[in-house]
Structures are given as C-alpha cells and as structure tokens.
Design a protein around this ligand. Structure first.
Ligand SMILES: [Zn+2]
Length: 117
C-alpha cells in the first residue's frame, strides 16, 4: 500500500488518483481492467462517481448539503475514461472539466510518499 507511481497510489481494494475536476482522490476499484502501466495507465470501463454536493467551509465539510432554490439537494457527477494516462471527462460530469481531456495529474504534495521513481 502506498504510492506506486507519480500518479497512482495503491489502496485497499484498488488504486487511487488525484482528480483535477473534483480536487480530491478517486478510487479505481480492483474489479476494473487495468493494463498495468503505472505512469500512463488505462482502466476500463469508465468510472462514474456520483455524490450529493456538500457545503465546505475552509476545506471542511460542514455536515450540510448544498440545495437549490427549491430546497432540493444537488447531484454531483464525475464521469470519465482513463486511457493511456489521459482523463477523458464525459459531458455528464457536473464540474468544469466536463467534455475535456487532461493528463492524469501527479499526486499533489501531501499525498506522496518517499518513493524511488
Ligand atoms: Zn472527479
């Protein structure tokens, strides 16, 4: 367990990577197909992470949900393919990178280990 490349960590039950759309780590479960390429990984099929939007103050969840004018909670979707180290975000994602393709980012500081690349 721990960092296994500049972009991936091994975690219980899968792999974890930084998502530049959500600004958090996502887990890629072991039951997905992985080509074994640690620096430019390909996983299939696509990943779809869906949440209810939360209220954060200073990076801490307040325990509250964001709500629309009608008082309803707001869905949050992050849907993408990870192919050859490229995150291909689907248009149904609710964040700013929907429909865009970006390189899998290196793990941010604080989420890296002492690791010999
Ligand atoms: Zn995401």
């Amino acid at each position: 367990m721990g960092q296994i490349s500049s972009t991936l960590r091994r975690v219980q039950g899968g792999f974890a990577h930084w998502c530049p759309g959500c600004k958090e780590m996502h887990i890629l479960p072991d039951r997905w197909t992985f080509d074994g390429n640690l620096e430019n990984p390909t996983f299939s099929p696509s990943f779809k992470h869906s949440f209810i939007q939360r209220v954060f103050v200073n990076g801490e969840w307040t325990g509250e949900w964001k709500r629309d004018a009608g008082g309803n909670t707001i869905p949050y979707i992050c849907h993408y393919n990870l192919i050859a180290g490229q995150l291909q975000f689907c248009v149904d994602s609710t964040h700013a990178l929907a429909g865009k393709t970006v390189s899998l980012p290196k793990l941010p500081e604080g989420l890296t280990d002492e690791y010999q690349g």
